[in-house]
Design a protein around this ligand. Structure first.
Ligand SMILES: [Zn+2]
Length: 323
């Protein structure tokens, strides 16, 4: 009888050790697989090669959830911009935007999706400002100073009334667009991006004028320096906003494209049932995006973000409730 018990114990011990070895092996395998997946996750997400659009622009990311089209450059520059944006996927977005802004300024780059936004929403914005002026009692009798102050308030109200609002300084976007005049482009061409940026960032313009360089002598010739300074700064900010929107939308859509591909690859998990949009966590979310918040999308209907240029929404899965 005793040997039967001993054999049973021996067999059980062997079985347990084999099981635990197998489990350890499996754990190790999973860990290695996970680590390699993390390591092999590419820094650059494949958003497609730069492709010519029908109207002679360049689509920077044809395979992404939100294609961005630029005009005004040749294929090489378009590819350079894409490279900068791709590198930016693991970098700080503001740095990426600043890097591409020198190209945007130098080549007078236009972005189709930004222009379309301006074309659709700027008239609504201007109308809203006009309405407020008309409704204001005694507008005609106000001083210039008072009007200026009110206009700035009206502009903010007009922006808040827009259904779709990209994450940027919309006032600059709408104001600088009108300033995209040949004189500023010529200045950038003549004096270079850096000289003008340096000039615009200086608090004391006297410093510049006293400096011995070509740009200073140009500044000395300008009659209304204040107006020039104001307009040039606005135009400059406009270039920076456009660059930011290109970078922001490119990056958001690259991440969304990666998530969408992962979702297709790993298919429906037992826990995932639906998709949900998450808004950015602040008061700048636009009414359009807010209206889709908490809406459930069926499993087959994966919502493609960004929803508009400069949109900050992301998609998350809704975990199935316990039955
Ligand atoms: Zn939005």
């Amino acid at each position: 009888m005793l040997w039967i018990i001993l054999v049973f114990i021996a067999v059980s011990l062997i079985w347990i050790s084999i099981r635990s070895m197998a489990r350890k092996r499996e754990e190790k395998r999973l860990l290695t697989e996970f680590a390699s997946r993390v390591r092999s996750r590419p820094e650059v997400i494949d958003t497609g090669e730069v492709t010519k659009s029908e109207d002679n622009g360049w689509i920077l990311n044809p395979k992404s959830t939100f294609p961005i089209t630029v005009y005004g450059v040749d294929e090489d520059v378009a590819k350079r911009i894409k490279e900068m944006l791709d590198r930016g996927l693991s970098d700080d977005i503001y740095r990426v935007a600043e890097n591409i802004s020198s190209l945007v300024a130098r080549y007078k780059i236009r972005c189709k999706e930004v222009d379309e936004y301006i074309k659709t929403f700027k008239p609504i914005y201007l109308r809203k400002i006009e309405e407020q002026i008309k409704e204001y009692p005694n507008w005609e009798e106000l001083s210039d100073e008072e009007r200026k102050e009110l206009i700035s308030k009206f502009r903010s109200n007009a922006i808040l009334s827009l259904e779709v609002r990209p994450y940027c300084d919309i006032e600059v976007l709408f104001g600088g667009d009108a300033l995209a005049s040949p004189i500023y482009d010529a200045l950038i061409e003549k004096y270079g991006y850096d000289a003008i940026k340096y000039y615009l960032r200086r608090k004391n313009r006297g410093d510049i004028v006293s400096n011995e360089n070509e740009f200073s002598s140009f500044i000395e010739e300008i009659k209304d320096l204040d107006l020039f300074y104001e307009e040039m700064s606005l135009y400059w900010q406009y270039i920076e906003e456009v660059s930011f929107l290109i970078a922001h939308t490119y990056m958001m859509s690259a991440y969304a494209t990666r998530d969408y591909r992962d979702f297709k690859k790993f298919r429906r998990s037992e826990l995932t049932e639906k998709w949900k949009l998450i808004n950015a966590n602040d008061e700048n979310v636009c009414p359009y995006c807010r209206s889709l918040k908490d809406k459930n999308f069926s499993f087959e209907d994966y919502p493609k973000v960004p929803l508009h240029i400069g949109c900050r929404c992301v998609v998350t899965s809704v975990i199935r409730e316990k039955q």
